[in-house]
Design a protein around this ligand. Sequence first.
Ligand SMILES: C[S@@+](CC[C@H](N)C(=O)[O-])C[C@H]1O[C@@H](n2cnc3c(N)ncnc32)[C@H](O)[C@@H]1O
Ligand code: SF4
Length: 399
Amino acid sequence: MTENWQEAGFGLYVHWPFCEAKCPYCDFNSHVTGYVDETRWRDALLSDLRHQAACLPDRRLGSIFFGGGTPSRMPPDIAAAIIAEARRLWTPANDLEITLEANPTSVETGRFHAFRDAGVNRVSLGVQSLRNRDLRALGRTHDVAQALRALQLARDVFDRTSFDLIYARQGQTLDDWRSELGDAVALQPDHLSVYQLTIEPGTVFARRHDAGRLPGLPDDDVQADLYLATDQILERCGMPSYEVSNHAVPGRECRHNLTYWRAGDWVGVGPGAHGRLTWGTERRATRAVSMPEAWLGAVDANGHGLIEQSTLPSDAHADEYLIGALRLRKGLDLARLNRLGSIVRLDALDTLMEEGLASCHGTVLRPTARGRALCDSIIAYLAARSEPTCDRASHKLSS
Ligand SMILES: C[S@@+](CC[C@H](N)C(=O)[O-])C[C@H]1O[C@@H](n2cnc3c(N)ncnc32)[C@H](O)[C@@H]1O
Ligand code: SF4
C-alpha cells in the first residue's frame, strides 16, 4: 500500500525571518534588522537543509515554499542555491512548484526576474487591501498603486500569481468589501488568499484593542456575512474556495499548502520552521530555534537549527489529517482516516448531514458551504467523536 505521507505529498519550507517593518497585526516570526550577513545566512540555510535531508533521502519533492518574514528581501542567489541543493538532495517532480512570498514594494519587485531565474515559478503577493486608507491602518509600507504595479510585474514574470487580502478590518461594511473584492477579481489573479483579520496576542493591535483604541471592528454577525459574501462572489467569478481562506481557478491551487492540510510530510528549514516527517509508522515533528541570531548560533554549533525532534503519539497523524482536510472543499477521506488509525462515529456523521453541514460521497465527507463557514466548530465536533480503529487499538496493546 502507498505510504500514508505519499497520499499527501512532500515539500520543503524555507523561512526568511526579516522584514522592512513590523506590521502591527502580525505575529509571524519576523524581525526588523539593519544588517544581514548574507554569506553566513546562505551557508547556514544550506547546512540546515543538508542535515535534515540526510535523515530523509529518496523522496520525490513536489514543492518548495519560501515564507516569512519577507523572503522577497532575501538575496535571489540564496534562493537559487537552496533550490539547486534541494533538487540535488531529492528527486524533483517534473512540475516542481516553487513559491515565494513577496511584499509589493520596489525593493522586492526589482528582484522578480532574478528570483524567476533562480527557479521560482509562483509568487504570493501580500497586497492585504486595495484601499489606501486601510493599508495605512494596517501599517503597510506600500500603497494601492504599488500593489497594482507589483501584481502586473509578477504576472509578466512568473507562471502563477496569487495575492493575499485581509478583511474584517476597522470600519469595513459589507458593501465596502463587496466593492473591494470586485476590484480584486477584476485583476484576474489565478489564486487569492482571503484572511479574516485576527487580533493576535502580543501584537501592537492586541495592545490597542485591549486599550479600546481599535474601534469599529466588525462583530461576529458582520464577520460571518463578510465570509459568506467572499465565498459567493469568488465562486461566481470562477475562483471557488478550495480551502476555507483560499480560492483558485481550478488547477491553480497551492500544492505546497495542500500538503499541510492533507497531513503530508515536509522539511522546515530556517528560524522557527516546523516540519513533519514520516518513517514507516513513526511520525516525527521538528521545530527550529526561533530567534534569528540564536538559530545561526545553533547551526554553527550543531550543523542544524532544530530545537525539537519528537515522535508524535500514534493518534496525532489521524488528528492532523482530520483537522486539515475538513478545511478543504474536497473534504476528508474516511478510508484514509481509517488507515491512519481513526474512525468517526456514524451518529456524528448523520448529525452533520441532517444539519446540512456536510455530505458524503463514497468514503469522502465534504463540508457544505454552510459547513465551511462553521469549519472550526465541525472540526471540534468530529475530533471529539472520533476514536481509534481496532487495528490501532491492538497495535497499541502489543507495542
Ligand atoms: C507570512 S504573512 C506575510 C507575508 C508578507 N511578509 C506580507 O506581509 O505580505 C502571510 C499572510 O498572512 C496574513 N496575515 C498575517 N497576519 C494576519 C492577521 N493577524 N490576521 C489575518 N491575516 C494575517 C497576511 O495576509 C499575510 O500576507
Ligand atoms: S505581515 Fe509580512 S511584512 Fe508585515 S511583519 Fe508580518 S511577515 Fe513582515
